[in-house]
Design a binder for this molecule. Structure first.
Ligand SMILES: [Zn+2]
Length: 256
């Protein structure tokens, strides 16, 4: 049975050595909150800039991989929670990149003064840069405007479908959570249905515990074995895990 990795002594904002996942997708995030870099051939795209305090690590990781952060053209945010968008304003200011977020989270983003959303996307919208087209699926629940992101890349001569669930945490589904909204659990379950219909070759996480990013990254760096791809990618197992968590929260909510 699929189990997420247990929490470890590492802090959320700790350093993670950057690594390459597929031909043009790289991990440049911190220890718990994922930041991915995509090289489109005509500029770079960031998925989730992360914490402000981690921005120096992300910049360093981008440099270490041989890229120039000034080439970042878009910062795509999966949802408007601080751990994913805090660094947007600084990164946007430094690079001139445009910020992209789900339409219903855009208002929150402005309210929280992280950065204005330059582009607000809705279900089914796409964004093309270079040879990459990013497809956005509205997957509310964790937040009302959460988006999941899908695109194609290549690996060992094959086209691979890459994707992420943009907001998997069941923590906001409980009535005890300050950001709980009416209908969020129904939204979340419908979002899981949408995501299960998306075939994925490569599962990139939103938080590292989603797919054991740390363990898989370490294995990749040390041995070249790539468990982000193929049957070991944990995509469907993780979605099932999310569904079970949501069903437990629904039961708990009945007692609150
Ligand atoms: Zn969140």
């Amino acid at each position: 049975m699929y189990r997420p990795i247990k929490s470890t002594p590492h802090s959320w904002d700790g350093y993670m050595k950057p690594f390459q996942i597929t031909d043009h997708v790289y991990y440049v995030g911190c220890y718990q909150v994922c930041t991915h870099l995509i090289d489109t051939g005509d500029g770079l795209v960031i998925i989730d800039a992360g914490y402000s305090k981690c921005l120096y690590m992300i910049m360093d990781s981008i440099h270490r991989l041989g890229f120039d952060p000034m080439d970042i053209k878009y910062i795509i945010s999966t949802h408007a929670h601080g751990d994913h968008v805090e660094a947007n304003a600084a990164l946007r200011g430094l690079t001139g990149a445009k910020t992209v977020i789900g339409k219903l989270d855009a208002a929150d983003l402005v309210a929280q003064k992280y950065a204005e959303a330059d582009i607000a996307v809705e279900d089914g919208d796409t964004l093309t840069l270079g040879d990459k087209t990013f497809r956005f699926i509205h997957t509310p629940g964790h937040t009302i405007g959460c988006i999941s992101i899908f695109f194609d890349d290549t690996y060992k001569g094959q086209t691979v479908h890459v994707g992420t669930f943009g907001g998997a945490g069941a923590n906001t589904l409980t009535k005890k959570c300050a950001t709980y909204y009416e209908g969020c659990t129904d939204d979340y379950l419908k979002s899981l249905d949408k995501l299960q219909a998306q075939p994925l070759d490569v599962f990139i996480a939103n938080h590292t515990w989603n797919n054991d990013t740390e363990g898989k990254g370490k294995l990749l760096l040390e041995t070249g074995e790539n468990k982000f791809i193929g049957p070991d990618n944990d995509w469907l197992k993780f979605l099932d895990h999310c569904r079970q968590r949501c069903l437990r929260v629904i039961e708990e909510n009945k007692t609150l």
